[in-house]
Design a protein around this ligand. Sequence first.
Ligand code: RBF
Length: 152
Amino acid sequence: MALIEGNLMGQGLRFAIVQARWNDLMGNRLLEGAEDCLKRHGCDQYDVVKVPGSFEIPLIAKKLALSGKYDAIICLGVLIRGGTLHFELIAGQTTNGISAVGLETGVPVTFGVITCDSLEQAMERSGSKAGNKGAEAALAAIEMANLVKQIG
Ligand code: RBF
């Protein structure tokens, strides 16, 4: 029996963070959380790429994954339900798109896009009482990058 798991050491790993500009009051908190997490885990090699909104994340994440420059891609965005059908459509496309990038490229892609009913909920998930989902996505990226390296 072999137990194979990724460690949380970020030294030598390269990451790209893709951040959607929409709702950047909370989006910038997610970014801060992700950067803080990477640095505290020993990683100083990362780039931040800004896109207009969450809908645009998958294409850019795919290009970054295919560039061969990164061990994992961290996707950050804030979707707030506005009472329109758009929320469901954008949230669905963003989630499916981000998931497809990892499966199609073999490069780990982690999901730090928060989907919220209200501004308050978005605040909670971007650095207050529900933690910081950007930091969680960065931690998952470190673990996945190390796991993929081990499996080969
Ligand atoms: N992008 C986000 O990242 N978060 C949102 O909450 C969000 N809400 C939107 C609501 C509407 C009605 C529209 C049309 C777009 C919204 N977008 C949002 C932007 C979307 O992700 C994309 O950037 C734009 O539609 C341009 O392709």
